[in-house]
Design a protein around this ligand. Sequence first.
Ligand code: MIG
Length: 632
Amino acid sequence: MIKKYTIGSPIETFAVVKKLTSEPKESFPLSLETGEKTVISFEIGENDAVYGLGEASRGINKRGWVYESWCSDETNHTEDKKALYGAHNFIVVSGKKKFGLFVDFPSKIEWDICYSKTNEVKITLFGGDADLYYIDGETERGITREFRELIGKSYIPPFWAFGYQQSCWGYAKQEDFFGVRDSHRENNLPLDCIYMDIDYMDAFKDFTVNHELFPDFESFVSDMKAHNIHLIPIIDAGVKKQTGYSVYDEGHEKGYFCKDEDGNEFECGVWPGIVGLPDFLNKDAREWFGSQYKTLTDMGIDGFWNDMNEPALFYSVKGLKKAHKKLDELRKKDIDIWSFFGMKDAVLGVQNSMEDYSSFYHSTDGGRVCHKDVHNLYGAFMTKAASDFFEKEFGSEKTLLFSRASYIGAHRGSGIWFGDNFSWWSHILLNLKMLPSVNMCGFLYCGADLGGFNNNCTEDLLLRWLALGVFTPLMRNHRALGTRAQEAYQFEHTEWFADVLAVRYRLIPYLYKTFRRCADEGDMMFRPLAFDYPDDEIAKQVEDQLMLGDECMIAPIYEQNKNGRYVYLPEDMTLVKLSGEKIEKQKLSKGLHYIEVKLSEVPLFIRNGKQIPLAAPALNTAELRRDELIFI
Ligand code: MIG
């Protein structure tokens, strides 16, 4: 049972599709203080758990830390971090009493989840206008389902988006892409997509192609298509401020960029140099930006990833000038440690600064709005610009789209990826932990950069990570410029990679069917064990295994130099090890087991009395025989 409570006069966020009448706020079931800030607080039991918050650091059970909803370009996903790229304001409290809470509020929120006080949850909204939704229910999964009904059906990508995908910040010329395609083929490695990072553009200008690198882009795209490869270009939020560049000229003329206090275009620096930030909160600007994707779709492109849309600001023109001034002052002073720290702060402080986010404005239907009050909607509305356009132009399920920044609501038009992780073993586990949390918030099409974005990857790390990635709807290997090459064919035992990637294609019919069902029913594809075995005290503690669909449990290996791992079985299950064409089965009873898994194998557990279909391995989704299945 969902109840809505309205405080002040909130701005339309598009998060919710089911319109409810607000109850009197005096009847809100938790302690509520209103004013300049809004504070919700409540006590929970010693052994109660709190789930949700989507893309965030730390555990599946969010207890014991303070999180922030503030879409951030945060490249270090370490435990000290409060905020990552998404703002996903939904939690489920699981104790004797179970309930869900969705805070529909687009600015900063602090979630003190038993951080200051062991048994108290305190949620502080930095503003006085919000819609609160309280959901009563019997089970965590049921509460989540009800919430998902409130926020509407999740995005479903085209079928081919379930294939294996290769990306790298650094692929530039046409030959790089042919090389990736051919090297996969030559090594018997399947592949459906290759990503185009910022270097395909002309001077990082959105919706342009560098013609020196791609003399005939359209035939390049169709040549790739003929080999069953989809090219997926990146689109950044900022539009290069350059007279003569038609996208900028048009946006400028129509007044579609965010303005500063004085009504001038807000200027900041990102990859293209100085950019204008499209005012995605303005309906006309949004439609205009969405229609720009046509330049690329007209040339055969059918998928995109939206980046830098928190928005990430390397600096603002004003902020950089201020920093320079500060440095000039410091230069005149003694060379002491205080001037050193002053210099560091002046320089590092220019990036993604609150001062900048507080100094530009959107023009919405409801008038001028300061960016900081709607910050968490920016990326979501950029993505809405694109997804509304694709829906209108091509209908649903035709275009692949995912975003870095997001807010609940964006899950109806796109997926997300988890941003700039590291080639660290601990990030395999972080990847796993985020899956159920983002599923709760409606994001089903999602995944992390497999092999890790920052840092150098190793063969064993990539193999183990792929053995988790074979289950995630978005299965993409991506890395940063200047890091060790990590395409599957770059390592010694290419055949092990072929064996692991073959398993993905064998599983696609099952994964796709499960995905669709979860979208249709508002269900989670990945669940903590606690959701399925609420009376099993051990299962409730497990944070390195997940339930997948109604049939499976997964337990990847996430430590180096291990030949296996301990797995807790909350009921009798069959361990299945998949590798290439090989299937090895072993019945195991409820309890703790050490299982050995080779680097070329993918372990999977099937619940008692359940079965899953497997296809024959294929080199891409177009060649996958979806109708010829065996069951295990
Ligand atoms: O400032 O486009 O998260 O996936 O490769 C870095 C270059 C900008 C950040 C994205 C990453 C992408 C990179 N981008």
